[in-house]
Design a protein around this ligand. Structure first.
Ligand code: NAD
Length: 340
């Protein structure tokens, strides 16, 4: 799989690290307006001093930029800048920029090299690794996309210091997810202090890389990374997207922990440790949505396979499993985990 560099101050090494993996020529540096104001000139300088010809483009901040129209604009920008197959797209930003620029890199000239430089905690631990790229359609989130592995992911935790606390917290939900599915020792580090941040990010990236290396196309084990997400996506949708992804996933994990306990799959102690940690981290442990409302949303989930669906059930801290269930069993699980 692609290379991942995780080091404080690594942004200044961007050009050298890219040359090290064979990049040269032109680099299209894509960001959003918030992140561009903070880091674009440093990133540009780091590329220029290694001889890259740099072209920059910033989209508005926020999920609305993961659209077909922004994607079209971006392809036009790459063409106007004269990028060829030997050039590179660099995504400097959170998950929105990573997914959008990644999808443009995957499809421009049928695919050119991509470098991810994540600047949000969620992007560092999750979206910049694993090669899922895409945009939203009016009909739903992430409905158009491609698997396109970055040639390099450069994670510089110093870039997280300007992140608003609320957005940082969204990334914590994904960290709890990694601990819950695979890593009891990571769970024991939570809540971590800044001195442990690099270690925490490393553990999450290692888990993601391991799962992706065994199941790049998300047909089996990689689906463990969706723990809390089926219910979480429904909460996001029911809130009209006023509930952030991280908060929705946090509440989704708690609902699944409650359902798993009621089904006799995990101990009361493990379910309450998980829910307690979500609470301590300042994330929601429940939402007002009922089992029937969530069931209605899950029926249109893109991960549903006909009359069956794979749920990620919770069996203890560090132990989640794929459980294939019928739609009736799903309804039952929802009733156990959510208000009826
Ligand atoms: N591809 C994947 O595997 C994958 C996995 C999980 C989530 N995602 C996607 O990621 C997106 C969410 O990502 P996100 O939470 O990073 O959102 P985001 O990219 O919208 O970033 C959140 C906000 O933080 C700002 N920001 C980012 N870095 C900053 C910094 N260092 N300092 C100050 N402000 C900064 C952004 O401008 C934005 O306003 C969603 O679209 C989701 O679907 C993708």
């Amino acid at each position: 799989m692609s290379e991942t560099v995780l080091r404080r101050g690594a942004l200044n090494e961007l050009g050298g690290l890219m040359r090290g993996i064979g990049c040269m020529g032109k680099a299209a540096l894509i960001s959003d307006v918030n992140v561009a104001g903070l880091f674009m000139s440093r990133a540009k300088e780091a590329l220029r001093c290694e001889g890259f010809e740099v072209f920059t483009h910033a989209v508005p901040a926020g999920e609305s930029s993961k659209s077909l129209s922004r994607y079209g604009e971006l392809l036009g920008f790459l063409a106007e800048s004269g990028l060829t197959r030997s050039d590179t797209v660099v995504a400097l930003g959170g998950g929105v920029v990573g997914d959008l620029a990644g999808f443009a890199a995957a499809t421009y000239l049928r695919g050119i090299r991509l470098v991810q430089v994540p600047t949000s905690l969620l992007a560092c631990v999750d979206s910049s690794v694993g090669g899922k790229t895409g945009v939203d359609l009016e009909q739903g989130k992430n409905l158009a996309g491609a698997f396109w592995q970055p040639a390099l992911t450069l994670i510089d935790p110093d870039l997280l210091r300007s992140l608003p606390a609320e957005i940082y917290r969204d990334g914590l939900a994904e960290i709890v997810k990694y601990a819950a599915i695979r890593d009891r020792a990571l769970f024991d580090l939570l809540p971590y202090d800044l001195g442990e941040e690099e270690e925490v990010i490393r553990r999450c990236v290692d888990i993601k890389r391991e799962l992706v290396s065994r199941d790049e196309r998300d047909r089996g084990e990689r689906q463990l990374l969706n723990f809390g997400h089926s219910f979480g996506h429904a909460f996001e949708k029911l809130s009209g997207y006023s509930l952030s992804h991280g908060r929705a996933v946090a509440a989704g994990m708690c609902a699944m922990a409650r359902a798993s306990y009621a089904l006799g799959l995990c101990s009361a102690e493990d379910a309450s440790s998980l829910i307690g940690m979500v609470h301590v981290l300042g994330l929601p442990t429940e939402t007002p949505y009922t089992a029937e409302e969530v069931y209605g949303c899950v029926l249109s989930d893109k991960k549903r396979q006909g009359e069956r669906m794979t749920l990620i059930t919770f069996h203890g801290i560090g132990d989640c499993r794929l459980t294939c269930c019928s739609m009736d069993e799903l309804r039952q699980a929802l009733r156990l985990g959510l208000p009826v």
